[in-house]
Write a new protein. Structure first.
Length: 335
């Protein structure tokens, strides 16, 4: 069994989180801080301590996020348990210290992001964002017809935890759901048809809504290019919560401005953060949020991540299999 003396926790924690984590490794020293990208955000946290290089050097286990540039000084690292599902930056050759395990937080975000996707779909379908834009002007007028989810065809690209949870909700509302995944032929009950990524071109013209629930990999970059965006059904909706580079942003804005699509909802953009003055900010049929669907804005997401960390910390110390170990070849969790 590996010896764990120093555990660095870089996610927000409250007292009950710390009690849970420390009960998993009572003989270890715990150091709590916030990763730089979290320090200025509105997250629940008992206190904030700045992370130092010395903390990273001493850590046997890191629970949370640490900059990839800092991993080269993580001399003792045996396990990095990420607080996010996306692990693409960590699987590049030479990033992780030799012999260290990498696990992600897949499974923690399905509730939050699937509800976000459903809220976005309903908002766009019913034009609620357009009515909200007119509210400060006191404009009392009907914009036009709206679209139903019931009876529509929803194409979910990426049928993991997040995509699967969204597919369940779309199905429950009466949509015909088509799922797309990398591999596997077992069709879940909440999907009417199941295909693989290579079938995407034949599926896009069928969909009233396309929801991208994908990690950042070479295969997903620009997966919705100009040709595919322009192959979408007239008045279709595009949603993206994975990575901004999955969508050709210029092509999407062109299609929206030309009236080819009903609307789009993006929680992720390329670049990110989106610069002031970018055309997306002023694209009327685009619902835009600053990568908030899977953050700690939903407290239950925070709780799920801490529970996963506790489970994997216990398993690691006891020499048992861990959940969500990342396959360095694919960037996805190992099945």
């Amino acid at each position: 069994m590996p010896k764990v003396s120093n555990i660095l926790v870089t996610v927000p924690t409250e007292l009950h989180h710390r009690q849970l984590l420390e009960s998993c490794a009572p003989d270890a020293k715990f150091t709590y801080c916030l990763a730089k990208n979290l320090a200025d955000k509105k997250v629940r946290c008992a206190d904030v301590v700045e992370m130092t290089d010395e903390m990273i050097k001493q850590a046997d286990v890191v629970l949370g996020v640490i900059g990839v540039d800092k991993l080269k000084i993580a001399e003792n690292l045996k396990l990095l348990q990420l607080s996010m599902a996306g692990s693409d930056a960590y699987v590049a050759p030479g990033v992780m210290p030799e012999g260290a395990l990498l696990a992600n937080a897949t499974g923690s975000y399905g509730l939050a992001i699937s509800e976000y996707l459903m809220a976005s779909l309903l908002t766009i379908s019913k034009r609620l964002h357009q009515y909200r834009d007119r509210q400060p002007k006191g404009t009392w007028e009907i914009i036009g017809e709206v679209k139903p989810v019931y009876g529509s065809t929803v194409l979910v690209v990426g049928l993991g935890d997040i995509g699967g949870e969204f597919a369940k909700r779309a199905k429950a509302m009466g949509a015909y759901v088509i799922g797309v995944r990398r591999k596997g032929t077992d069709k879940p009950d909440y999907v009417d048809e199941l295909y693989h990524n290579e079938d995407l071109d034949s599926l896009i013209p069928r969909a009233d809504t396309i929801a991208l629930c994908l990690p950042n990999t070479p295969a997903t970059k620009n997966i919705m290019n100009r040709d595919r965006i322009y192959a979408m059904k007239q008045d279709a909706i595009l949603l993206n919560i994975g990575r901004g580079n999955a969508v050709d942003g210029e092509a999407l804005c062109d299609a929206l401005d030309e009236g080819r699509l009903w609307g789009a909802g993006l929680d992720v953009t390329d670049p990110e953060p989106l610069p002031v003055g970018h055309r997306m900010w002023n694209t009327e049929k685009l619902l835009l949020t600053p990568h908030v669907s899977g953050f700690f804005t939903l407290p239950e997401t925070h709780e799920r991540i801490i529970r996963l960390m506790a489970d994997n910390l216990t398993a690691f110390i006891e020499g048992k299999p861990l959940k969500n170990i990342v396959d360095p070849e694919t960037g996805y969790r190992s099945l």
